[in-house]
Design a binder for this molecule. Structure first.
Ligand code: ADP
Length: 253
């Protein structure tokens, strides 16, 4: 099991209960999608998985390692590609990857090989000595993916990897993450793009108001809500089924 979350509760000091008893299992090798409206608890779930937030109660295991009790082992197993482009703009691409590897305790020679391998895989080799701030948007996204993979995590978390990117770059990023998954890396993806989840994910969970309300394949979710598509199932979830394409014909002119 890549990720096993059991009865996870997270109450912030403000009193907000962001997660209200979440249980979730992701098998090794799966491409898993987590969908839900803003404020549903997606980031909190990711933060509890990567040790950035302490659960109020419940357990998170990453490849068998307790995310709190055995933080170091659990953290080593996870690569996180955050939504924001949180690169250090004064580092070169090579330094960006090398420092990340150092942070995760990789020996120098291994880092060197891994940096070269990733720069090649993400078509960034020619830019290795450039500073990150000089990169195009697409290259920055690719570098963030490469950085997340630097320490060879078995679980890659992609937090809205294509938010605000153009169509070409979205397609390009899909190709990369499909390949990473095909090569054996388990992936947890959060996205607001339903077609993205549909194309990439083996299974999808809907999270709403701190609870997992449904999960399954895209057809299973549609069937569960008695609708024709993942998009319609999502609209049922958020209570906006009047927006369904299947209902457009119903709308009075
Ligand atoms: P999502 O990622 O699905 O948009 P979040 O996990 O960011 O959802 O937020 C879930 C709930 O927890 C929201 O009500 C949000 O306002 C609240 N929340 C998130 N982070 C914090 C925090 N650090 N302190 C207090 N409340 C928070």
């Amino acid at each position: 099991m890549a990720l096993q979350i059991t009865d996870l509760v997270k109450r912030y000091e403000t009193g907000t209960e962001a997660l209200r008893g979440v249980s979730l299992e992701i098998e090794a090798g799966e491409f898993f999608g987590l969908l839900g409206p803003n404020g549903a608890g997606k980031s909190t779930l990711i933060h509890c998985t990567t040790g950035l937030a302490q659960p109020t109660s419940g357990v998170v295991h990453v490849f068998g390692h307790d995310a709190i009790e055995h933080y170091a082992e659990a953290r080593l197993a996870v690569g996180l590609a955050p939504q924001e482009l949180n690169l250090d703009w004064f580092l070169t691409l090579e330094e960006t990857l090398d420092y990340h590897g150092g942070y995760f305790g990789m020996p120098k020679r291994d880092r060197k090989e891994r940096v070269a391998e990733l720069l090649e895989a993400f078509s960034l080799s020619a830019k290795k000595d450039d500073r990150t701030r000089t990169l195009s948007g697409g290259m920055k996204r690719r570098l963030i993916l490469a950085r997340a993979l630097m320490h060879r995590p078995r679980l890659l978390i992609l937090d809205e990897p294509t938010a605000g990117v153009d169509v070409e770059l979205r397609l390009e990023l899909w190709r990369y993450v499909e390949r990473i998954n095909a090569e054996g890396t388990t992936i947890l993806l959060t996205t607001h793009y339903l077609e993205e989840a549909e194309r990439l994910c083996d299974r999808i969970a809907f999270i709403n108001d701190g609870q997992i309300v449904a999960q399954g394949t895209s057809p299973e979710l549609a069937a569960e809500y008695g609708v024709a598509s993942l998009e319609d199932a999502y609209l049922e979830l958020v209570g906006r089924n009047e927006l369904s394409r299947a209902r457009i014909g119903d709308v009075a002119p």
